[in-house]
Design a protein around this ligand. Structure first.
Ligand SMILES: NC(=O)c1ccc[n+]([C@@H]2O[C@H](COP(=O)([O-])OP(=O)(O)OC[C@H]3O[C@@H](n4cnc5c(N)ncnc54)[C@H](OP(=O)(O)O)[C@@H]3O)[C@@H](O)[C@H]2O)c1
Length: 255
């Protein structure tokens, strides 16, 4: 029996659910009979899809506003969830930024700008560890639980052959170190929780759009495929996998 199969009804939190991979997690998990409640966060306003699904399943889906760069909003969001349940079984951190207006991945050292590096770290790394800080009471229970964060293979130091993308790469490497450290602390504080980092593969979302030209068609996954693959990896997890960095096919990635 796999880890989450031991839990009768799963309560799930998806952070960064307004579009892309996070939104697709909400769609697929709402179709899963094992899933009880789904809590989904958005930053500015819920997307049309989230509003539509809320209309159809108001008893299962709860939408929560949360900008991950504001710790007070994280705390308020967790308090909101605690009004509905004392237990979460699956938490998915799907937030990330690669480009946004003037923020573009650096091609060379000359393009490094400290405030832009800080933005990468704030969204891609610090947000996840702040979430881990505040979410612990909801994960600490007798059932099994999983805290999974979407990372990226380009955050692997050992795998970096191409260079470039300083801020994005370093912020994902920092995310991996933060969560590896969370996994160690959780062995004592929340021993039934497995903490993992997941590389989704290049996926057709807003984040990858400007960089898809050189990607062979078979290596550019539709978001439906990515999420189905990641859910398979999550369902195959075992307790001793905590602290590991997995690729979409279930293989381990080098740090
Ligand atoms: N797509 C790929 O090829 C690929 C490859 C490797 C790794 N990843 C990783 O996969 C994850 C999901 O990315 P995606 O492809 O689904 O990209 P996406 O469609 O651009 O989605 C990114 C999500 O992050 C949210 N977000 C950004 N800044 C935020 C903040 N300050 N507070 C709260 N939410 C914030 C966005 O919210 P808004 O809608 O409000 O902007 C959106 O929901 C990211 O961690 C990314 O690094 C993606």
């Amino acid at each position: 029996m796999t880890l989450l199969e031991t839990v009768e009804v799963l309560n799930v939190l998806i952070v960064g659910a307004s579009q892309g991979i996070g939104l697709e997690f909400v769609r697929q998990l709402l179709k899963d009979d094992q899933v009880g409640r789904v809590f989904a966060t958005y930053r500015n306003a819920p997307s049309l899809e989230l509003n539509e699904w809320l209309e159809h399943q108001p008893e299962r889906l709860t939408l929560i506003s949360m900008d991950i760069t504001d710790e007070a909003q994280i705390a308020q969001g967790i308090a909101h969830i605690q009004q509905h349940t004392t237990q979460l079984h699956l938490v998915l951190y799907c937030v990330g930024v690669l480009h946004d207006g003037e923020l573009q991945p650096e091609k060379s050292l000359q393009q490094i700008q400290p405030e832009r590096l800080m933005r990468y770290f704030q969204v891609n790394s610090v947000g996840a560890v702040l979430l881990a800080k505040h979410i612990t009471p909801l994960l600490k229970h007798r059932d099994r639980s999983v805290f999974a964060s979407i990372s990226a293979k380009v955050g692997s130091i050992g795998d970096n052959q191409l260079g470039g993308w300083y801020g994005y790469r370093a912020s994902k490497a920092a995310l991996n170190m933060f969560l590896r450290t969370v996994a160690i602390e959780y062995q004592r504080k929340s021993p039934n929780t497995v903490v993992v980092m997941l590389h989704p593969g290049t996926t057709n979302t807003r984040l990858s759009k400007p960089f898809q030209r050189g990607v062979p068609a078979e290596k550019l996954f539709p978001v439906e495929r990515t999420v189905a693959q990641l859910l398979q990896v999550i369902h195959n997890l075992q307790p001793d996998h905590s602290g590991q960095f997995f690729s979409w096919d279930g293989s381990l990635l080098p740090w």
